[in-house]
Design a protein around this ligand. Structure first.
Ligand code: SF4
Length: 438
């Protein structure tokens, strides 16, 4: 299995892996010995589509120089381009959409009888439940909990609602049961994800909210860290802010994709918050939880983005001092309203604005990390540094897996998976260095 794109897609891959391992399949990480290869794809933006196509073409070679007899392409790419893919990629045996992946075992069983290329791409209306097994493909001490599927926010540049359907929450008891199962398997950190976690419960006919879920997760013995990712700005209530502040198990960390700060651009993106509301939210979070680590993602080069809009964005980033920042060049996605908008920005200008923003962020992140020297942080030990076995490495509670920096441990011993107190002794743009204090 090669799973591309976001952690939400990874959870689908983990379900497929466990469903197959419960049949007669053995999971391997060696593509050369694999009889079946699955590429779980992403098609959110141009770069992601290219990465998916490259992976498919590369792994299709294993049908010639490996043992592979069945190549499966699942996820968002076939959900979006099934006709084109079927035409362009005859080497693929099966295409599976974003709603059909749980049937992977029966689909493979159906394949054995025919040489035809098969497609299982229905409406993206499925939401998996805890009755389905799921393998944790992340390191044993952390995992992702997908609390909902789809999105109804319909930002004008985004194709996801068409690929994953309207937003729908998973049942509260199902999520608590899954979290308990993960913790029983050794997970200490749960990363709460969906397209917009603040929507949790909005489609239920009782007063269940994201806070309800977090309180239930916090009551699970053995669970140490609860991290909140993909929170839509206007869905962050005072109650949620207080819970992040007061619940020790909730990491003082919040990922709030805001995409831009200029009102005309936010309006054209069909985002619900305006610039002042976003500024007020950041100020409130910093005021209520002074040591919170804030992550956001921004889009540069959206149609109609003027030099002044971008200057305003640079100034906003300078003032807001995000701890973590992801920047994307606007990707013109056919089928989205923004793709038809006038005043499309050139690729050269997009890249220029991207580089400017990332350079500024590296400088800001370096400065922010310097302010942590002498302070202590909770750190989860994740193994040995790439450079030398003499150096342990880990992540602080203010660093998310896979997307944020790391911590290098220069003194003290601990086992992998342990959560320790660490004093920060030095830092770089994105990483921290320190010593275990207990
Ligand atoms: S919130 Fe907007 S950008 Fe995010 S998945 Fe939903 S529609 Fe797409």
């Amino acid at each position: 299995m090669v799973s591309l794109g976001c952690p939400k897609n990874l959870v689908d891959a983990e379900v497929m892996l466990e469903v197959l391992s419960k049949q007669e399949y053995e999971i391997t990480t060696d593509e050369k010995v694999a009889d079946v290869i699955i590429v779980n794809t992403c098609s959110f933006i141009k770069e992601a589509k290219q990465e998916s196509i490259d992976a498919i073409l590369d792994l299709a070679e294993r049908k010639h120089d490996g043992r592979c007899h069945t190549l499966i392409v699942s996820g968002c790419l076939p959900q979006r381009y099934q006709e084109e893919l079927a035409r362009e990629l005859p080497e693929v045996d099966i295409f599976i959409g974003t709603g059909d992946y749980p049937r992977i075992a029966e689909i493979l069983a159906e394949k054995t009888g025919t040489e035809d290329q098969l497609r299982y791409i229905g409406d993206p209306d499925y939401i998996y439940d805890e009755s389905l097994p799921r393998l944790n493909s992340s390191p044993a001490w952390y995992s992702y909990l997908k609390i909902g599927e789809g999105c109804s926010n319909c930002c004008s540049y985004c194709i996801i609602p068409q690929l994953r359907g309207p937003y729908r929450s998973r049942p509260l008891e199902a999520l608590v049961a899954e979290a308990e199962r993960l913790v029983a398997r050794g997970v200490k950190e749960i990363n709460v994800i969906s397209q917009d976690i603040t929507r949790y419960g909005s489609d239920m006919d009782d007063d269940t909210t994201l806070e309800t879920l977090i309180r239930r997760l916090a009551a699970i013995d053995g669970l140490r860290w609860i991290r909140l990712l993909y929170a839509y700005p206007d869905g962050i209530s005072d109650g949620l802010i207080a819970l992040i502040r007061d619940e020790p198990k909730v990491c003082k960390y919040l990922d709030i994709p805001i995409q831009h700060i200029s009102d005309p651009v936010l309006k054209a993106m069909k985002r619900r918050s305006n610039g002042q509301q976003i500024r007020d939210l950041i100020a409130k979070l910093r005021n209520e939880i002074p040591d919170i680590a804030l992550r956001t993602s921004l889009i540069v080069g959206f149609p109609g983005e003027t030099v002044d809009d971008f200057a305003g964005l640079m100034q906003f980033v300078e003032q807001s001092q995000f701890d973590r920042l992801g920047v994307f060049c606007y990707s013109r996605e056919e089928g989205t309203p923004a793709a038809a908008m006038p005043e499309q920005v050139s690729e050269r200008i997009k890249r220029e604005r991207y580089r400017k923003l990332m350079r500024a962020q590296a400088r800001l992140s370096f400065r922010r990390n310097r302010t942590l020297i002498g302070k202590t942080e909770q750190v989860i030990v994740e193994g040995y540094s790439e450079e030398t076995e003499l150096l342990l490495k880990g992540r602080s509670s203010r660093q998310a897996p896979d997307i944020d920096g790391q911590v290098y441990i220069t003194a003290g011993t601990a086992d992998v998976g342990d959560i320790v107190q660490l004093r920060i002794t030095d830092s770089s743009d994105y990483d921290l260095i320190g010593e275990i204090v207990d």
